[in-house]
Every structure is written in C-alpha cells, then in structure tokens.
Design a binder for this molecule. Structure first.
Ligand code: FAD
Length: 388
C-alpha cells in the first residue's frame, strides 16, 4: 500500500498511544497539541490488564512496571463504618487470569513514559503549543486548520478530548453533556492518611449519592483520593479548585462518618465536572475519526476511559495498516462500537449501584458479600480479558 501520513489532534493518552501504535506498524504521524508543555493534570490512573497488555505490546512494559504500584485487591467498604463489604482479588490473580497485572499510576508518569517513547520515534512528529481549529475533507485527503497555518494529511484522528474542537467535522457525532456528577480529587502523603486505610490496595467507600476511590501511586508514597458526588455543574477545567467546606458539609452525617475522616483533613481539592459523550453517535466521517474521550467519554466508575482510548488506538492503527483510509476508519468504528457501548453502559450502572441508599444499599452489600470477590471480579472478565 502507498505510505500514508496521519494527523492526530491531541497528545493525551489517546493521541500519544495512537501515534505509537501507528509508528510500530510503519505509519508516520504528526501530533498537534495545544498546550506548550505536557504536564498531565489529575492524579491517579488505574490501568487494567486489557490496556496494560497493549502498552506492553508497544514496548512500554518495563517503563510501566517501574512507575506502577500493583494493588493486591480492590476492597469495597462501607462509607459509614469503613467495614469491608467484599474484596476483589488482583495481584497475582489478575496476572494469571488476564495475562497482565492491574497497575496504578500517577497520570504524569504515564504521560511522561508515552511522551518519551513518542519523542524517541523518528516516525512521529510532535508539535506542541499549536491548536487544531477545524478539519475539512479534500478529494484525496484532509486539511487541518491550525492557529498558525494549515497542514494536509491522508487521515485525521481527533484525539482532542471530551470537548473536541474537531468534532463538527464528523456529521452525526454526539455532543458532550454534563452528567450531574463531579469528581473531587486530591493526593496526600501516605503518612497523613488514616492508619487503617490499606495502602497497597484500591479502596472504594460506598455511600448514598457519593462514593470514594482511594489508591496509592508513586511507589505508594502518595495516596490518590477521588470523591464522586451528585452535583449539577458544567465546566471544562480539570483543575478547578474545590472548597473543602462543601465536602465537609456533604459528609457530616452518621451515614458517612468514615468518609468524613478524609474530608475533615486539611487538604487542597480540585473539582472536575464529569462529562459524557454518548457512544452511539458517529465517530467517523470518511477520512476523519474521533477516538478516546472525543468519541465516547464515559463515567469513570469502572476506571475504563483511558483503557478504552488505548484499545481504540490499537484497533485503529491495525486497520489503517491493512486497508485504505476510509475503509479502515469504518472498520475501526464497527469493531470498537459494541464493546465501548457495553463498557459505557456498565460504567453508568456501576455508578447507580455505588450510590444506592437505605434498604437498597443494605441489599447491595449483602449481595456483594454473598457473591464474594472472585465471582464479582469474574463479572468483569469480558473487560479485563479482552484481546485485540
Ligand atoms: C476522576 C477521573 C478518574 C479517572 N480514572 C480513570 C482510570 O483510573 N482509568 C482509566 O482508564 N480512565 C480513567 N479516567 C478516564 C480518563 O482520564 C480519560 O478517559 C482519558 O484521559 C481520555 O484520554 P483522551 O486522550 O481521549 O483525552 P484527554 O486526556 O482529554 O486528552 C486530550 C488532549 O487534546 C488536547 N487538545 C484539546 N483540544 C485541542 C485542540 N483543539 N488542538 C490541539 N490539542 C487539543 C488537550 O490539551 C489534551 O492534551 C478517569 C477520568 C476522571 C475524570
């Protein structure tokens, strides 16, 4: 096949992984990123085996392992008492069952190792501090308008996140919509975290209309805390400051007394509006494709948003290596959509289950305990065990 050149807008997890996946198949690309310096905002990221396996295939396994913490389990606990409800075994179990470990990383560490690999690959050109404004189809390619000129490519991949600027070029694409929930995030040194909080595990505290996810990053020196609450708000700033007094007020009742031990600490919180993109809209228009959050931003309750972006990148690169551009992009959409739809819906359902209150919460806890961690984890085999 004639060599093609691919434009990628956005150097987030989707954009960088796409560039690397293409390069490994001999396809050159140019990545356009609007920020001048890539400093990944946010704190922790859980990289499940389905995504980790793909990154390992890109030769990043050792770098990932150096940066990761390997949790022994995901513990679900009561937000009122901290009492265990059920524990999903990870550690060696995940490695044996899914062929790759479950990893916890600092976002900045994942971003850095992807960036290092991109910079080392001569087939990838990275343009930082350049904004993609619009993309149009031409008879034999696409033209990307930038804030400082234009570039031509054979295909354009919009990896420009949940509020994608290039999305209008894809007829029938879903717009972003606020979910009515916000994620409050902070990290704390391990020394000031409550002593009875296990540091080598992911802990999920459940309570009515809110849940908390806690896990270690950076060789378990830092604890990453995310509190998701139901709160109508629409904003596109990843790092809007959050007023700790609001959290204290939310968690001041007996039903949240364990969580209040965290919200009572003197911490700096940032607040992020959880925005969704319904995955059933179009992702592809001829030579232009949406990928990652631009195509299907999901609630983070299964920790699968970045994982789906990584899977997208792998499938898209494989198709572009094997078929003419327009056909390859259609195949990418057809192959990815059923899986992403299912993950997207399951993440929403997880949120509803996590946020139950009263008798429904009691029934949920009893069911989870009766099922046991291994069987509960088995319900996610189809996510973690996925192979391209
Ligand atoms: C609280 C929270 C916790 C999460 N936890 C997990 C988890 O544990 N595991 C997991 O798998 N997922 C998780 N996710 C989801 C994950 O963060 C996202 O799915 C993932 O970051 C999406 O990557 P992306 O590259 O598609 O988009 P982004 O990360 O948004 O990257 C888009 C990039 O495009 C650039 N850009 C935007 N517009 C332009 C433009 N016009 N021109 C040029 N560049 C542009 C941006 O600067 C940015 O660098 C979580 C999300 C949240 C909110």
């Amino acid at each position: 096949m004639t060599p093609i050149r691919v434009g990628i807008a956005g150097a987030g997890i989707a954009g960088l992984t796409t560039a690397l996946s293409l390069a490994r198949r001999g396809i050159a690309s140019t990545v356009i990123e609007r920020t001048a310096q890539l400093s990944e905002v946010g704190a922790g990221l859980q990289i499940s085996p389905n995504a980790g396996r793909i990154l390992e295939g890109l030769g990043l396994g050792d770098a990932l392992d150096r940066a990761a913490v390997f949790p022994e389990a995901i513990d679900m606990r009561s937000g009122r008492t901290g009492e265990p409800i059920v524990s999903l075994p990870l550690g060696e179990h995940a490695r044996a069952a899914f062929g790759a470990p479950y990893r916890l990383l600092h976002r900045a560490d994942l971003q850095s190792l992807l960036l290092e690999a991109v910079e080392a690959d001569p087939r990838i050109e990275l343009k930082l501090g350049v904004e993609a404004r619009a993309v149009t189809q031409t008879p034999d390619g696409v033209t990307l308008s930038l804030d400082n000129g234009e570039l031509g490519f054979d295909a354009m991949i919009a990896a420009d996140g949940v509020r994608s600027r290039l999305k209008p070029a894809v007829a029938g694409a879903s717009p972003p919509r606020p979910s009515g929930r916000t994620a409050w995030r902070t990290t704390i040194p391990v020394g000031i975290a409550p002593r009875d909080l296990p540091h080598e595990r992911t802990t999920v505290l459940l309570s009515r209309a809110a849940h908390v996810v806690i896990y270690p990053v950076r060789s378990a020196r830092l604890i990453n805390i995310i509190i998701v609450i139901e709160e109508p708000w629409d904003n596109d700033d990843w790092s809007a400051p959050g007023d700790a007094a609001v959290l204290r007020q939310r968690f001041d009742s007996d039903s949240t007394r364990y969580i209040s031990r965290l919200t009572g600490l003197d911490l700096q919180w940032t607040r992020w509006c959880l925005t969704e993109v319904v995955p059933t809209g179009a992702w592809v228009d001829d030579r232009i494709a949406l990928i990652g959050d631009a195509a299907h931003a999901m609630l983070p309750f299964l920790a699968q948003g970045a994982a789906m972006a990584i899977e997208d990148a792998d499938v898209l690169a494989r198709e572009l290596a094997n078929a003419p551009v327009a056909e390859a992009l259609q195949r990418y959409q057809a192959l990815r959509r059923p899986r992403v739809n299912r993950v997207w819906k399951t993440a929403r359902q997880a949120g509803q289950i996590y946020h139950l209150g009263g008798a429904m919460a009691v029934a949920r806890d009893m069911t989870m305990t009766a099922l046991g961690g291994q069987r509960l984890l088995g319900r996610y085999d189809w996510i973690y065990g996925w192979k391209p």
